[in-house]
Write a new protein. Structure first.
Length: 137
């Protein structure tokens, strides 16, 4: 898990949050080697961009399988499609302009602070939104 977390540029607290578990629960699982419940395993797999069943394979000494969408996504950037013009605009920047880690940080923080994209919808059609859209092309 640690290698994948590092590949994605995530902190353990980011993994816990994305998996919908507490930092303490993830820490205990890593420290004690306890086997998490199936729902927790699915959350960890989602957070790390792994195929279902990967946590069980790792616990059993095997290797995880990276989900196809995650494998095609630049490091640290959420595997799901951009949800708004702000995210699309951030992804449109070349890696030489904005690093993948910075893009991931911006998108993840945006999703944390505006999960239902209310602010994005308020900006839609505004001069700001048109300006952001112009950054894509």
């Amino acid at each position: 898990m640690n290698g994948r977390r590092l590949d994605l540029g995530l902190r353990w607290e980011d993994v816990a949050k994305a998996a919908s578990i507490s930092d303490a629960a993830l820490r205990a699982m890593r420290r004690d080697g306890s086997v998490p419940r199936e729902l927790t395993q699915r959350g960890i797999e989602r957070a790390l961009g792994w195929e279902p069943g990967s946590v069980a394979r790792v616990i059993g000494g095997g290797e995880p399988a990276v989900a196809r969408a995650a494998a095609e996504t630049p490091r640290g950037i959420p595997a799901d499609a951009p949800k708004c013009s702000l995210e699309q605009s951030i992804l449109a920047f070349g890696d030489d302009e904005v690093s993948p880690a910075t893009k991931a940080l911006i998108i993840n923080r945006h999703r944390d602070t505006d999960p239902d994209h209310q602010t994005c919808r308020q900006l839609s059609g505004s001069a700001t939104d048109r300006k952001l859209a112009g950054l894509q092309g």
